[in-house]
Write a protein that binds this ligand. Structure first.
Ligand SMILES: NC(=O)c1ccc[n+]([C@@H]2O[C@H](COP(=O)([O-])OP(=O)(O)OC[C@H]3O[C@@H](n4cnc5c(N)ncnc54)[C@H](OP(=O)(O)O)[C@@H]3O)[C@@H](O)[C@H]2O)c1
Length: 266
């Protein structure tokens, strides 16, 4: 079955979703609501400034919310009034709970919470999904198919969604910062920026591929690089001193979880 998508919000994540989803076989038409857009309709993509200007015959089978979490409380009642419990509602907003959506969209509405990340832009995203046990299998499949168009999909319990946000939702930024730190340290050690970037990027790519294919634990993979008394061990001793890196990452992810919960309340 092909679907009609109504994408609400065309910011960073809405833009990523539109870019990848517009040309999939899943959607025969995509309508985007974006208050300040300047785009013209093209192909199967139709632009609107608000819900009121969406033509009445348009009846989306999937409505995706890609707006800031704080906007949802005022927005959702308008969508509930217009579409009732008809479409599958899939929201990428961080923090807002299934019960929050049910309160504003109706107890019987089909709702999926999704947490994608920005590598979705190139089809390499990681999206975690959760829904009530009562969500029909067909709706679950639609959500899976839709988010597989932007990368890998993992269904989790709702209680795990804040941890997912802190890990894979925010995670690309941690990785970019880590690569940038390696590049800066490489430049400080005598490499050009271009050389350091080439070395760091391919090291990340190769290490990821090795970890994915070797079946070895991260400890075993580290041990493969670090011979006793050698250079890698000297470096690892710094990163592991008092669990420095582990503690920093844990503190950073806890800050992301706390902020996600604060934003969900606002
Ligand atoms: N960025 C990420 O990596 C990421 C990852 C996972 C989940 N998310 C989630 O995705 C959601 C959006 O985040 P973002 O980073 O894309 O934020 P963003 O760039 O600020 O985008 C939000 C968009 O919502 C639009 N908007 C505001 N009011 C609207 C309305 N009444 N109807 C329709 N659109 C409206 C804004 O349009 P104007 O600018 O024209 O006002 C803006 O383009 C958040 O809930 C976030 O938790 C983001």
């Amino acid at each position: 079955m092909t679907h009609t998508l109504l994408l609400v919000g065309h910011g960073k994540m809405g833009g990523v979703l539109l870019e990848r989803l517009a040309n999939t076989a899943i959607f025969s038409a995509v309508h985007v609501i974006s208050p300040h857009h300047t785009q013209k309709d093209s192909g199967n993509i139709h632009w609107h400034r608000d819900l009121a200007s969406l033509p009445l015959p348009v009846s989306p089978t999937v409505v995706t919310f890609a707006v800031k979490p704080a906007m949802l409380e005022s927005l959702l009642p308008h969508y509930a009034a217009r579409f009732a419990a008809g479409p599958l509602y899939l929201s990428v907003a961080a923090g807002k709970t299934l019960s929050f959506y049910q309160k504003h969209l109706g107890a019987h509405a089909h709702i999926v919470r999704a947490m994608p990340n920005t590598p979705s832009l190139i089809g390499e995203g990681m999206t975690a999904l959760c829904a009530a046990d009562t969500l029909p299998a067909s709706a679950r499949k639609t959500a899976t198919d839709m988010m597989q168009a932007v990368g890998a999909v993992l269904w989790v319990e709702e209680s795990q969604m804040d941890a997912v946000t802190a890990l894979s939702g925010c995670g690309p930024a941690y990785v970019f910062l880590f690569i940038d730190s390696m590049v800066k340290a490489g430049v400080a050690s005598g490499l050009t920026e271009a050389q350091a970037k080439t070395l760091a990027m391919q090291t990340l790519r190769g290490s990821h591929a090795l970890a994915a294919h070797s079946g070895k634990s991260f400890d075993e993979l580290c041990a493969q690089v670090a011979s006793p008394g050698g250079a890698t061990e000297a470096a690892l001793n710094q990163l592991k001193k008092n669990d420095a890196l582990q503690n920093l990452i844990a503190t950073a992810m806890q800050a992301a979880i706390t902020r996600t919960r604060e934003m969900a309340k606002s």
